[in-house]
Design a protein around this ligand. Structure first.
Ligand code: NDP
Length: 513
């Protein structure tokens, strides 16, 4: 494991390679010198200048940035350094009223009556502006969230633009999408999103809702409001009619006020199962439409015939992508017993090459944990794993002195009753379990109250199909992991929620068909 340099502290190459024996350089051949050199990466920080951050931000209501009625605000911080980035307005009940009223007026007077082909043009415009300003969004996302710039740059921002492009294409074709002759929008959508993919989740929520003709009030997470607010600026830049998109920043109370508001016709939520259940109780009996995308505890199943190198890359991507802050993370590795030692050994080697540190450094693989409470939760569950008897391992790794950090961690000797095998940790922590037969793999994979995603690694197509039919998960990836596409429906069932996002299925959630 290599600690990256940059704004967050010093570098260590303690893991991985052994240091060469000291010897005067003049006595070596060029090849020996090259071999003896510690070929560390030079720092490659992305400049943060492109993402200028204002000292304070208002709420985005009716096409304008306005102060909160109460005048209250909260700070959003850079989790890699704990540096405050900006003060952000905190929306209270009066602001939720204003936001919903603006969305209602826009629905009735502008967006609803607008020909669908005209709506599509706005979505295309937003998509193109996101592409034009992609570097700015990537830097801002990494600053506010702590994720590595190579992920925000190569995954979050391009996928967010792709969602707007994809749904722009649907806007004027809904009559031909199999929802009946004249599918209609639902009305005003109240949408609450988490902090793990702030811009991408905003795009997942807004793009299908707008394409279907609804207007939106979006509540970003308290710790990551900045890219949603920047997206509001993009809406202004695209000339979107005022009130079609409203962004209300605030904490959980703001979200609760929004989903309970009688002027909201449809609620869409992504976040924890606990809050999802609260929202379901609030919405029950109101006639509001609801979709919930909640937690997960996915199994990533590796058979003895899987190519080990590819499987190890899939395991790493499955759990260490975005610091494991991923609802569909492959947090339970189920590996066939006969190859378990070999796979875990290769995994440990691979983890020794990951670089943890400054999220803005282009070489960084593992960024910061998003917040202090999330770090505390990861620590607590990892301590429980040790206390319950699992064996804990992390590569040698120097964590930066400031900010919220947790090293990539692998638990072996995990049994199904351990908390680390049952609860969503939402951090860079992998629990390794073994199985002997395909049926045992299915039984263990399904031994969870969640049902969001799973992965299968094997050389045999027939085994993939056999397993995919038996795994109780909304998404099953075969010989890959964490693949997302706007055309592909995503979502779970049981404690992972209901409803789909993406594809034709995702549109259905925003249509009265
Ligand atoms: P939450 O579910 O609390 O937050 C998700 C969103 O809901 C945020 O915008 C939050 O606001 C808002 N919210 C909080 N309470 C309410 C409420 N009563 N009514 C309406 N909206 C509300 O997740 P946390 O951020 O607290 O994370 C806790 C745990 O949840 C994590 O450790 C992780 O295990 C899991 N999680 C799972 C996610 C997933 O996609 N599966 C995503 C995020 C978290 P605010 O941020 O201001 O509190």
């Amino acid at each position: 494991m290599q600690a990256g340099k940059g704004g967050n502290g010093g570098r260590s190459s303690a893991g991985g390679r052994a240091a060469p024996a000291a010897e005067p350089a003049g006595h070596r051949t060029a090849a020996e010198q090259a071999a003896a050199t510690d070929w560390d990466y030079a720092p490659a920080p992305e400049s943060r200048d492109i993402a200028a951050i204002a000292p304070e931000y208002g709420l985005f209501i009716g096409g304008e940035f306005v102060a909160a009625a109460s005048g209250q605000s909260f700070a959003t911080v850079n989790p890699a350094t704990e540096e405050p980035l900006a003060q952000v307005a905190e929306a209270g009940p009066a602001d939720v009223d204003r936001g919903v009223a603006a969305a209602r007026a826009a629905y009735e007077q502008a967006w609803g009556p607008m020909p669908p082909a005209e709506r599509a043009k706005y979505l295309y415009r937003i998509a193109r502006i996101l592409q034009e300003r992609s570097r700015e969004f990537a830097v801002l996302e990494s600053l506010d969230n702590g994720k590595p710039i190579k992920e925000s740059r190569d995954v979050d921002v391009p996928l967010a633009a792709a969602h707007f492009f994809y749904h722009a294409g649907w806007a004027d074709k809904l009559e031909h999408a199999g929802f009946g002759p004249s599918p209609r929008p639902i009305g005003v959508a109240g949408q609450v999103i988490p902090w793990n993919f702030p811009l991408l989740m905003a795009a997942w929520k807004l793009a299908p809702a707008l394409a279907a003709g609804n207007t939106c009030v979006l509540k970003p997470a308290e710790t990551t409001p900045l890219t949603a607010l920047r997206l509001a600026e993009v809406c202004q830049q695209a000339g979107l009619p005022p009130g079609v998109v409203n962004v209300l920043t605030g904490a959980g109370e703001t979200g609760a006020a929004l989903v309970a508001h009688p002027g909201v016709d449809k609620v869409a939520f992504t976040g924890s199962t606990e809050v999802g259940k609260q929202i379901q109780r609030t919405v029950a009996g109101t006639g509001k439409r609801l979709t919930l995308e909640l937690g997960g505890k996915a199994a990533n199943v590796v058979f003895d015939d899987a190519p080990v190198e590819a499987a190890v890359e899939g395991i790493v991507n499955g759990i260490f992508f975005n610091q494991g802050h991923v609802c569909c993370a492959g947090s339970r590795l189920l590996v066939q017993e006969s190859v378990a030692d070999a796979v875990v050994e290769r995994l440990r080697d691979r983890l020794g090459t990951l670089r943890l540190g400054d999220p803005l450094d282009k070489n960084t693989d593992i960024g910061a944990i998003n917040s202090r409470p999330q770090l505390d939760k990861i620590r607590e569950l990892s301590a429980a794993g040790e206390a319950e008897g699992a064996e804990r391992w992390s590569p040698p790794c120097q964590l930066p002195p400031r900010g919220f950090w947790f090293p990539p961690t692998v638990f072996t000797g995990v049994s199904q009753s351990h908390r680390i095998a049952r609860e969503e940790i939402f951090g860079p922590v992998l629990s390794v379990l073994t199985f002997r037969t395909p049926q045992e793999a299915v039984d263990k994979a399904n031994n969870t109250p969640y049902g969001l995603s799973a992965g299968v690694w094997t050389d045999k197509g027939s085994r993939i199909l056999w397993l995919a039919q038996r795994l109780r998960a909304g998404v099953v990836w075969a010989n890959t992991y964490n693949r997302f596409d706007p055309a592909s429906p995503f979502g779970g069932y049981r404690e992972s929620g209901f409803g789909r996002e993406g594809g034709r299925h995702g549109l259905a959630a925003y249509l009265d068909a």
